[in-house]
Design a binder for this molecule. Structure first.
Ligand code: CDT
Length: 307
């Protein structure tokens, strides 16, 4: 192994609507401690990891929505995660709801940050592929109002130098889009971190419910292989406020093989020693971008979408 990085996927079980941030942070600190005992360098938490998955409800009052958002990072409750990172020398990826207070209009993003071993934020990503719908659709057993509560991320798909390599981030629904991985791949990402909250039941096409775990792994394994990158996918899992969320958090090698997978639907840590040099197994072969890509034929991909 020439560039080993010990990575943990820190799956979280359900978070109740009335569970305070402090209780969730306590659960996360326990996972960080367990990770430390396993010599982990980088621990990956889920999307919107600090609260219940609130887009499942329609709220008339914006103040009720904003209560799920962070106005500062670190904030009062989350400072402990940064302190722990520094103390244990563990970096982390954290998904959370980001609120920017602005007299011209508040801004809301579904965000992930990358924090290094000194407790400094070295990367930020704001979710680009927002799934679900904008209006209250009362026929559904639960809502998926990400398109109402968040605006489209404005930071692009960035990569960040850290942890001995090039790190990439995205969030949940982004993993279903090959463009996400390809842009990160073109920017040299050697490890892509993805937090997710994926309901088992998809009301517009329930005939696909039995495929949720399959599609989850299919997308991430393809993204890993086709771009020669490690992928860490981390769920918020289990029955949360009556809604089943899939688990199966996993670590995937650049060959597309799953090398570690969660077995439960609760708080669970899985780890793997990822050799970042293994990306070359793919990138210097089948997916040697410089040699084999044919971008002149890909122009429809970047044409503006029809309104
Ligand atoms: N959080 C998130 O992006 N969830 C979506 C659910 C399916 S689309 C309603 C996902 O891609 O897993």
């Amino acid at each position: 192994m020439s560039r080993p990085l010990t990575v943990a996927a820190a799956q979280l079980g359900p978070i109740a609507r009335d569970e305070p941030r402090s209780a969730v942070v306590k659960r996360m600190l326990a996972l960080m401690q367990e990770a430390h005992e396993k010599d982990v360098d980088l621990i990956v938490f889920p999307e919107l990891a600090l609260t219940t998955f609130f887009p499942r409800w329609y709220f008339e009052d914006q103040a009720d929505v904003d209560a799920f958002f962070e106005t500062e990072m670190p904030g009062l409750e989350t400072q402990a995660l940064f302190d722990k990172a520094k103390e244990l020398q563990i970096g982390f990826y954290l998904g959370y709801a980001e609120l920017i207070k602005d007299p011209a209009g508040d801004r809301h993003f579904n965000t992930a940050i990358l924090v290094d071993k000194t407790g400094e934020i070295i990367g930020k990503y704001r979710k680009i592929h927002l799934p679900g719908h904008e209006e209250n659709e009362t026929w559904r057993p639960f809502q998926h109002l990400e398109r109402r509560y968040f605006e489209t991320g404005d930071l692009g798909f960035g990569t960040y130098e850290g942890f001995g390599g090039t790190m990439g981030m995205c969030l949940c629904n982004d993993r279903r889009w090959p463009e996400t991985f390809r842009v990160l791949g073109l920017k040299g990402a050697e490890l892509v971190m993805i937090g997710y909250n994926t309901p088992l039941h998809y009301p517009p096409a329930p005939e696909h419910d039995h495929l949720q775990d399959f599609h989850n792994h299919l997308s991430m394994q393809a993204g890993a292989y086709q771009n020669g990158t490690w992928v860490v996918g981390v769920a918020k899992a289990g029955k949360e406020e009556g809604c089943d969320l899939i688990g199966k958090s996993c670590i995937i090698a650049p060959t597309g093989e799953i090398v570690a997978v969660a077995e439960t639907l609760g708080d669970e840590l899985i780890t793997h020693v990822c050799d970042l040099d293994r990306c070359d197994e793919i990138r210097k072969n089948v997916f040697d971008f410089r040699r084999y890509r044919e971008p002149e034929n890909y122009t429809p991909i970047t044409e503006a979408k029809e309104k």
